[in-house]
Structure formats: C-alpha cells, structure tokens
Design a protein around this ligand. Structure first.
Ligand SMILES: [Zn+2]
Length: 129
C-alpha cells in the first residue's frame, strides 16, 4: 500500500505533526472513558511513521488508571492531536480528526470496546498490519 505523509495539528496550530499513512485511513473509534469524552478517533502509527514537527514544548501530559498511556494536550487550545496509547506504548495514536484531509482519499471506521479493555485488546492489536 502506498504511504503518503499527512500533516496535521491541534486547533490553534501551535502543535503540528506529520504521519506516514495510506491515503485510505483505517480509523478506530474507542468506547473507553477518555476517548468517549474527547471524541478521539485513532490511527495507530509506529515511531518511524510519526513526527512532531512543531510545539512539542507546548504539550501538557495527563495520566490515569494504569499510567501507561501518555495523554498529550496542547496547552493553548486543549486539543489532543496525538498521544502514546496504552494499546501501543511503543508507538503513537494520531487523532484522525486532526489530520489535514488534503492527502486523504477516504476513511473507514472500526470500533474498539475500550470500556472493556482487557477482553478486547488482543483483537485491536491484530488490526495493525
Ligand atoms: Zn493548540
């Protein structure tokens, strides 16, 4: 599958990133406590596929529960454009809502029942290939 470099960022533009992904994005919606409140839509990327290009010093961090996930928010506008997820702690989850759509052909959505994390995590990890 052809990969392109998508650009994106937070609402105010202080935080910006690039992610290498196909033009057709496979997004995951999650029912866990924080994703359902924030409306975060996941695209999972490896370390190599993701770069913070501006504003890394404008991020603030929030951790809860197991403390594995590192939730990162823009200090100015509060938008969470990406973070280090518990499901993929050696990679990134990028918020599909924050990706510039100029290089996106289409987005297909899958669902992860993150409210019942332990029962479902194996299935989620299997979706990344
Ligand atoms: Zn911002």
């Amino acid at each position: 599958m052809t990969m392109v470099t998508h650009k994106g960022g937070c609402h105010c533009g202080a935080v910006q990133f690039e992610v290498d992904a196909p033009r057709s994005i496979k997004a995951i919606r999650c029912s866990c406590s924080i994703c359902s409140m924030t409306g975060f839509v996941h695209y999972f990327a490896t370390q190599d596929e993701f770069r913070i290009t501006a504003g890394s010093d404008n991020l603030t961090e929030y951790r809860f529960n197991t403390g594995v996930a590192k939730h990162l928010f823009c200090k100015s506008c509060g938008v969470k454009a990406f973070y280090v997820p518990r499901s993929h702690p050696d990679g990134w989850s990028v918020n599909v809502n924050c990706i510039d759509k100029t290089a996106v052909d289409d987005i297909t959505y899958g669902d992860f029942d993150g409210a019942n994390w332990e029962d479902n995590i194996q299935g989620l990890r299997g979706t990344k290939d």
